[in-house]
Design a protein around this ligand. Structure first.
Ligand SMILES: [Zn+2]
Ligand SMILES: [Zn+2]
Ligand SMILES: [Zn+2]
Ligand SMILES: [Zn+2]
Length: 610
């Protein structure tokens, strides 16, 4: 469970390297601070969000500077700096929250001196929590947080005029270029002269936090907690006002390796728009547990998982395990990976764009919590002789080794050695056995060998079709096999192996969505002479079992469905041969003579965006 990264989410080595060099992680900082060998005198990293006991409410969130194509050079904001020009050969750090850019050498000077008062040569960042030393005076809450700006891009919030005031022109020439102001919370802008009227009047200076006000974690909700190992605790004031019912603060978990550089961009955007302390870069299990610890008591808080299916499953499992049944912070999804089945099913889209991000930020507070079933797989090694007898040699003796499907002939190839065990023991979407899983497995192996060929969703799709074709070619040469010869399927205690004799894949579905946005169970309920099937429901503690032949595997992509086998509470699949398995986007090989027991394993509240 400790592996954060779905193998569907392609990483970016350059960024990874950059981050290692800069120790850009809030959680590794945790680790360092919590480890018994740590000494207070050792050099202390101030990169990323500082959750240590040294944290200051107005400290910056330093990240390596990423030049934007659109903007020209920026100046080093450090007031003491003699070399303020941005040169391409010197490295810079930026704080996405307040857009400060400084030479990285200034930050290491602070680090070495371990003297935080030096930071007074930099303007403070906007406050991210309520420090105990600051006043409890509620009139200091929810104030604009002004930062210098060169030109107004929208009308002044005070005088409603966009043009420069005549009286301010003189100053403009004499002083720095940045003479106007923008609020770092609500993005309202104002003239310097108007600002002088606003800043000292608590009423005029009241900030409503702008477009994302209902999901922003207000600084006054977050306090130091000395008796808490996480050092921080969030809670709302005791008597929320009438309007506060609309508040739904959202905690974001971002997989920085998802979707190439998108995870990075995405993290910076969130840190700029929201409170940096409500956005977490996923590192390991302790990042998730500490974040949930800090925010679990915050009224009406929600979670947004930003990544592919692997990341989503990882966080959802934490939510199931951390909270009593169905009391977890409900989770929405922002799709960042290439496999985004659950995101699609719950209405959060299948691909990340910046437009998608802004939609998600405005929709997540209004989305409805619904229950989602979780399923567990349990592996058991069978006695090969006993299972041989059970399968009966009649079926298999018809096949010589050469006639076994390619995925069984090739099962021992070293190229699959990284895929011998399942990464997770739970799934939320689907698990499939046989040909479908074999195609996905080869696609993954190919992508690991040759990542340069898999740079866009479109190219990925082409490569996927290419891999599938190799398998379908086998059928053109008249080789006939069926999945029923290699697995035994038992649903709610009933042996249904005979019903899968004409098929090549067996799929167990919890949600309607299967790989690449197909819906192989179909929408409606059916009644046949043999079976009654209800419409699919991901919170009914039932799992749908269906079978696909090669034709159906192609046709589900154009809206057709597979063959419905069962709707049941538990499934046992016994494998006589090594078998590729595909579970929530992750392919792996299971050894022959293995039994897989699939049972219901709790429910989690997720957000449905309809
Ligand atoms: Zn800052
Ligand atoms: Zn400088
Ligand atoms: Zn404001
Ligand atoms: Zn004005």
């Amino acid at each position: 469970m400790s592996n954060a990264t779905s193998s569907l989410d392609s990483g970016n080595e350059e960024i990874q390297h950059l981050e290692k060099t800069c120790k850009l992680t809030d959680s590794s900082d945790y680790e360092q601070k919590n480890s018994p060998t740590h000494q207070e005198t050792s050099s202390y990293s101030i990169y990323g969000v500082d959750w240590s006991k040294h944290a200051k409410s107005t400290s910056h969130c330093w990240l390596p500077y990423l030049p934007k194509k659109s903007s020209s050079s920026r100046l080093c904001t450090c007031l003491l700096c003699q070399n303020s020009q941005l040169r391409s050969d010197s490295s810079f750090m930026e704080c996405p929250t307040c857009s400060l850019i400084v030479h990285s050498t200034h930050l290491s000077e602070y680090t070495e001196a371990n003297n935080y008062s030096n930071q007074c040569s930099l303007p403070p960042c906007r406050p991210s929590f309520m420090d105990d030393s600051t006043t409890d005076d509620t009139t200091t809450y929810d104030q604009h947080c002004w930062s210098p700006l060169s030109n107004l891009s929208k009308p002044c919030t005070y005088c409603k005029n966009k043009k420069l005031k005549a009286t301010s022109n003189d100053r403009h020439d004499q002083e720095t270029l940045e003479t106007e102001f923008v609020c770092m919370w609500c993005s309202r802008q104002c003239h310097r002269l108007c600002w002088e009227n606003i800043k000292n009047d608590a009423n005029n200076n009241q900030c409503d936090y702008g477009e994302f006000s209902n999901i922003i974690v207000r600084p006054q909700w977050l306090h130091r907690a000395t008796n808490n190992p996480c050092r921080f605790q969030a809670c709302m004031p005791e008597s929320p006002g009438a309007n506060d019912n609309l508040l739904a603060p959202v905690i974001f978990f971002v997989n920085k390796l998802s979707g190439g550089q998108k995870g990075q961009e995405f993290y910076r955007t969130l840190v700029r728009l929201l409170n940096p302390r409500q956005v977490f870069l996923l590192e390991n299990d302790s990042t998730v547990m500490q974040a949930l610890e800090i925010y679990s008591s915050l009224h009406n808080a929600r979670v947004c998982i930003c990544g592919g299916d692997g990341t989503v499953g990882w966080i959802l499992s934490h939510l199931v395990d951390r909270f009593p049944s169905l009391t977890n912070l409900p989770a929405g999804i922002c799709p960042l990976g290439t496999g985004n089945d659950l995101s699609r099913v719950l209405g959060w889209g299948n691909e990340y764009t910046s437009a998608r991000l802004f939609k998600t930020l405005t929709q997540i507070a209004r989305a409805h919590p619904v229950a989602l079933d979780r399923w567990k797989i349990h592996l058991e090694t069978l006695d090969p002789n006993a299972s041989d007898a059970e399968f009966g040699t009649i079926h298999r003796s018809r096949f010589s080794f050469r006639e076994h499907p390619k995925f069984i002939r090739n099962a021992e190839l070293p190229v699959y050695d990284n895929h011998r065990t399942p990464i997770n023991s739970f799934f939320f979407n689907y698990i499939s056995f046989g040909l479908d899983a074999a195609v996905v497995m080869d696609f993954h192996a190919r992508r690991t060998r040759d990542p340069s060929e898999f740079t866009s969703p479109f190219k990925n799709k082409l490569m996927f079709i290419n891999e599938s074709r190799k398998y379908f070619n086998e059928f053109a040469f008249g080789i006939a096999w069926n999945i029923g010869s290699y697995i035994r399927l038992i649903c709610d205690g009933q042996d249904l192996t005979n019903t899968i004799r004409n098929y090549h894949s067996v799929v167990l579905l919890n949600t309607p969505g299967f790989g690449s946005g197909t819906q192989p169970w179909g929408r409606t309920s059916t009644t046949t002479a043999v079976n009654d099937f209800e419409a699919q429901d991901f919170s009914d503690r039932m799992i749908e079992v269906l079978a696909l032949n090669t034709t159906q595997m192609a046709l589900i992509h154009v809206g057709f469905r597979g063959t419905r086998i069962a709707q049941c509470r538990q499934v046992r699949v016994e494998l006589s041969h090594p078998m590729p398995v595909h579970m929530d986007g992750e392919p792996f090989y299971l050894a022959g003579s293995t039994a897989v027991d699939i049972t219901h394993a709790g429910q989690v509240m997720v957000l449905n965006n309809e």
